[in-house]
Design a protein around this ligand. Sequence first.
Ligand code: ACO
Length: 337
Amino acid sequence: MNFGARVTGTGSAFPENRVNNASIVEKLKKLGIETSDAWIRERTGILERRISDVENPAEQNSSLGFSAAQKALEMAGRSPEDIDQIIYATCSPDTLLPSTACWLQHKIGANKAWVMDINAACSGFIYGLATVEKFIQTGQVKTALVVGGEVLNPFLNWEDRNSCILFGDGAGAAIVEQVPADSTQRILSSHLLSDGNLWELFHMPAGGSNMEVTPEVYSRKLNKFKMKGKEIFKIAVKTLSDFANYALKKNQMTVKDLDWFVPHQANRRIIEAVANRLSLPMEKVLINVDRYGNTSAATIPTALDEAVRNGTIKSGQTVLLDAFGAGLTYGSMLLRW
Ligand code: ACO
């Protein structure tokens, strides 16, 4: 390894429309489906989420990514011309072609960069950071932009009360820069794994090349998310705990060495169960699922950005990122901030 990689700036952006649980209850009631604010709060910890107006160009996935990236560039003291590489982590691209990374490049004007999307669902931001870290370590890239951005609402089945209550839209970004390999402040290690055998737990049958969205497919809602929530819950608790422990062990650390734990924000009960298994006090866990729901690849960068901007995360602190997502995909990353 010739170099290290350090996060030098973060940013986030959300759509304007705040949708609280009461609004979801009303929406589902019109469809003849029962839910309640109490059920959503108690079973998920979610109080509200943001929902993009997809007809508003400012609230497209790449536009939220653009706003988040601008803020991250400003914090890092960099301009779009400094960016060599853009990775856009998303499972809800603006279009299948071109990539959302290309749409972002078009908007931000980082004209010397090469860009691509990564679809690792909710683990996408960690997969993106781990990818740019490798290019930076070998000296091929000096400054990279990683965005985790999602506009999930077009893919929600509002007749499935199990899943539609969980998700929200938003984007988070990070500027990652080359530093000396022995720098104290850098990404310390990353750990990725996927298990495609578990594809059925969270998937969308149509919308790709396997199945065109015909009127019949549309009426059967095959172009919407299908989720086995209970099964995912159990696997998530186990793998998040395992991946957190693995990252700590690889760095000869224990939970006592951690300043902050930033898990994927799918359900507050999942996060609490993981903290409990790790014997980690909840005071060290960053949470934003209450205000934004599950924003998939955006949960970790938006939680990070909030904590950096309000002074919760300070220079030199040790931060552990930990995610699971559709695929299934898993990933953890330890950083010294
Ligand atoms: N309102 C009221 N009742 C509901 C609702 C709702 N919105 N949803 C489900 N219920 C009912 C069920 O029908 C069930 O009723 P029954 O006992 O009469 O059959 C009861 O509540 C309990 O259902 P469970 O499925 O046991 O509820 P659970 O506590 O497991 O919570 C949930 C369900 C919220 C989906 C949870 O399992 C979960 O969060 N799983 C993880 C989901 C996840 O992370 N998905 C994304 C992963 S990948 C990615 O992030 C892209």
